[in-house]
Design a protein around this ligand. Structure first.
Ligand code: ATR
Length: 326
């Protein structure tokens, strides 16, 4: 289905913009976000129909979220639609207002909109405030828009519950100091690792990020060349290097034979980081498929109040991805 189309109440497909009355569109253009949702949103208007959800990004055509949330809905017997919305940054605010004003109940937010979504929300959860980014928007009963961030919870769920990795009292290295790292620091530090080191190609960014999270535990920020040869228990790759087939220049000594290596990126075959880890003798390594499914399950819980089982969805996703390519 083309990403620009949404299903109108009649079930016919119409462009998002055309689905609204003209006067409402004019109002949206002039409206500041805060308060505008309260004016336009009609709670309960869609009670007898499937409630509308989706993922907004740019680009977003590659997203697995419709597949994942479709499986969650089927498994839990929830009646909902879930669609892709490819929205460029300059249209983000207006399109989000329009979605919720039209009765939409929730959106996942992906690149490059996570920070813009945090600015739009009427209220942020503590974990979204810490992350400075929102990946889940939810229309609340009081007509306010809640911003949450489920990325960190998804990572921790995958590591601890699915993969059996221990974080408490362990030495953790996280590579990268961008938004992906910021989004997961709080849940990781809550589990009280003995040490959490952020290493980044640009050391100043790592140091600044560590400074922001000092109050939550033992966290420091360094450059790759500052890392000593003492192996970590867990190395998490949170850089965008895998997307370009590159590997961060981390010294081999950071990895020991028992080090678990986790790439927040994922692909049909092993990412460059996973190949690097295996090449250095790591027998315990995983890509971010599980994080993808777990953060989605947490978003589903925020929206629907029920947490779906992730195991069958993860298995189906991997099977489908391996068949289709990613
Ligand atoms: P995101 O929001 O996905 O984290 P970002 O804020 O652009 O995106 O951050 C990307 C991260 O990947 C940064 O830490 C970046 O390092 P710099 O801060 O030095 O730019 C890191 N990164 C990207 N490509 C990399 C590569 N080839 N090697 C090492 N680090 C890389």
């Amino acid at each position: 289905m083309p990403a620009e189309l949404a299903c109108g109440r009649s079930g016919r497909r119409r462009p998002l913009e055309a689905a609204r009355p003209l006067e409402q569109r004019a109002e949206l253009r002039g409206a500041q976000w805060r308060g505008s949702l309260r004016l336009l949103y009609k709670p309960g208007a869609m009670d007898s129909e499937p409630e509308h959800y989706g993922v907004v990004g740019h680009p977003v055509a590659h997203s697995w979220s419709p597949f994942i949330h479709g499986m969650f809905a089927k498994q839990t017997g929830q009646s909902l639609s879930y669609r892709l919305f490819d929205v460029p940054p300059h249209e983000f605010r207006e399109r989000i207002v329009g979605f919720f004003a039209g009765g939409g109940r929730g959106l996942n937010v992906t690149l490059p909109h996570k920070m813009a979504a945090a600015e739009m929300a009427d209220e942020l959860t503590p974990r979204a405030t810490r992350a400075g980014a929102v990946n889940t928007l939810a229309a609340r009963g009081d007509e306010r828009l809640l911003g949450d961030n489920t990325d960190g919870a998804g990572l921790v769920r995958d590591l601890c519950d699915n993969l059996g990795v221990v974080i408490t009292r362990r030495r953790i290295l996280i590579i990268g100091a961008g938004g992906a790292t910021r989004g997961v620091l709080s849940p990781l530090l809550t589990l009280e690792p003995s040490q959490l080191v952020i290493a980044n190609r640009t050391p100043e960014r790592a140091a600044a990020l560590a400074q922001d999270f000092q109050d939550l535990g033992s966290v420091s920020g360094v450059g790759f060349s500052d890392l000593t040869a003492e192996p970590f228990d867990l190395i998490i790759n949170a850089t965008s290097a895998s997307l370009k087939g590159e590997v961060p220049n981390v010294p081999a000594g950071a990895l020991g034979k028992d080090t678990f290596c986790y790439d927040m990126a994922y692909g049909k075959t092993d990412t460059a980081f996973i190949r690097w880890a295996r090449g250095l003798g790591s027998s315990r390594a995983a890509q971010g498929w599980g994080m993808l499914v777990e953060q989605a399950a947490e978003s589903f819980r925020v929206w629907r109040g029920i947490r779906p089982s992730t195991t069958p969805v993860l298995a189906a996703l991997k099977e489908r991805a391996e068949g289709a390519g990613t």
